[in-house]
Design a protein. Structure first.
Length: 138
């Protein structure tokens, strides 16, 4: 079993672990996700029809309006939020979304997580220290 460590900057503290769900597409909150189920509903998104509920969501960043944070906040309230979020591009919309989701979130990595992490890998996130431990799937 191969384990890889990534270091980044804390956005939201806390610890979580789970199966990775990776996309190279930006995620839209308003109109892009069903906050009740954590399912991506944007028809042209590569993960359309899949739920991020309880997973470590690895993605480049947010797109769309300020509705992003409200949809991820609603996902948290319905128990459908990701366990943690790892992303490359920090914007005010994603920062607010990460805070209201209350899931550990890390950005500013020493290596691109989209190049290191694959869907199905097991990921441990220490948001307080900005450390991500990736155990590659078999």
């Amino acid at each position: 079993m191969t384990t890889i460590m990534l270091r980044g900057r804390k956005v939201v503290g806390g610890k979580a672990e789970g199966e990775a769900m990776v996309t190279r597409d930006r995620i839209s909150g308003w109109g892009g996700i069903d906050a009740r189920t954590g399912t991506i509903i944007e028809t042209r998104h590569e993960l359309c029809g899949q739920s991020f509920k309880g997973k470590v969501l690895v993605f480049p960043g947010a797109k769309g309006s300020s509705g992003w944070s409200s949809q991820f906040h609603l996902a948290r309230l319905t128990g459908s939020a990701p366990a943690a979020m790892l992303f490359n591009e920090m914007t005010t919309k994603i920062a607010l979304g990460a805070v209201v989701t209350r899931a550990p979130a890390v950005t500013g990595f020493d290596r691109d997580p989209l190049e290191v992490i694959e869907t199905g890998d097991w990921v441990r996130v220490d948001g307080d220290q900005g450390i991500v431990e990736v155990t590659k799937k078999a």
